[in-house]
Design a protein around this ligand. Structure first.
Ligand code: ADP
Length: 160
């Protein structure tokens, strides 16, 4: 059974992430969307909130498992018996970091391959940081994030 892991911070999930999730899910039997639990990155949303927002935004995709992980990605992938790691590539600026991570993971665990899906041109400018910046300035987030994320961002910003 082909299992893949799509790891990330997803703080919060955007339409760009969802595009990768849909495309990756169509290529494997189970796609683990793995939310990194890393408090040292000071995420805006808690790990549970990030999982919940992905869940609310992907109800129509049946072969997803949305989970959290800590520590090394390859340890998590091995624990799920997944041999593929999926990452998205937006621009050349993503490439250097992604290449380093893919090579490091390959060195640590030769049996696991990283595959890259090129971002949809509609979303190639889109990042969680941009979305948070726009939300902070009360800009409309239409088409950049799913409805549950837009609502959650509005609530967060009102509480600040
Ligand atoms: P990380 O902190 O691991 O980079 P992110 O949530 O920022 O977590 O990104 C997770 C993955 O999704 C990365 O591979 C990133 O390149 C990809 N990604 C982020 N935004 C987009 C987008 N708009 N289109 C395609 N891929 C994206």
């Amino acid at each position: 059974m082909r299992k893949a892991v799509y790891p990330g911070s997803f703080d919060p999930v955007t339409m760009g992430h969802l595009d990768i999730i849909r495309r990756a899910a169509s290529m494997c039997e189970i796609l683990y969307v793995a939310v990194l639990d890393n408090p040292s990155k000071h995420p805006l949303f808690t790990t549970e909130e990030r999982v919940d927002l992905i869940r609310k935004s992907t109800g129509d995709i049946s072969n997803l498992q949305i989970e959290t992980f800590r520590g090394l990605l390859i340890d998590y992938a091995e624990s799920r018996d997944a041999k593929l790691i999926v990452r998205g590539l937006r621009a050349v600026s993503d490439y250097e970091y992604e290449l380093q991570m893919a090579l490091a993971n390959k060195a640590l665990c030769p049996g696991i391959e990283t595959i890259f899906l090129v971002a949809n041109t509609t979303y190639s400018f889109l990042s969680s940081s941009l979305v948070k910046e726009l939300a902070m300035h009360a800009c409309a987030l239409n088409d950049l994030v799913p409805e549950p994320v837009a609502n959650a961002l509005r609530e967060k910003m009102m509480r600040r």
